[in-house]
Write a protein that binds this ligand. Structure first.
Ligand SMILES: [Zn+2]
Length: 78
């Protein structure tokens, strides 16, 4: 697991009630990643999940039906 640092602004997460890890829609590449990790019995940070601070969590959560790449593009533009 990656350390809890916001993937948009790189702030350390303090308030875990208002911030946290969000799982986005899995792409084909993500599904392949998951299968590979399972096959090899490994555990890693899922490429379709990331940490969001309290400034970005709400907005990212609303977009969780999209892929992480799409969401990051939207949030980074702001
Ligand atoms: Zn942030």
């Amino acid at each position: 697991m990656k350390p809890p640092i916001c993937c948009i602004c790189h702030d350390r997460l303090n308030d875990m009630d208002k911030s946290g890890l969000i799982y986005f829609k899995e792409t084909e590449a993500d599904k392949k990643w998951k299968k590979r990790m399972e096959d090899e019995g490994m555990v890693g940070h899922p490429p379709y999940a990331d940490w969001f601070c309290e400034k970005h969590y709400q907005e990212a959560y609303k977009l969780k039906e999209m892929t992480k790449t799409e969401v990051l593009k939207i949030l980074e533009r702001k």
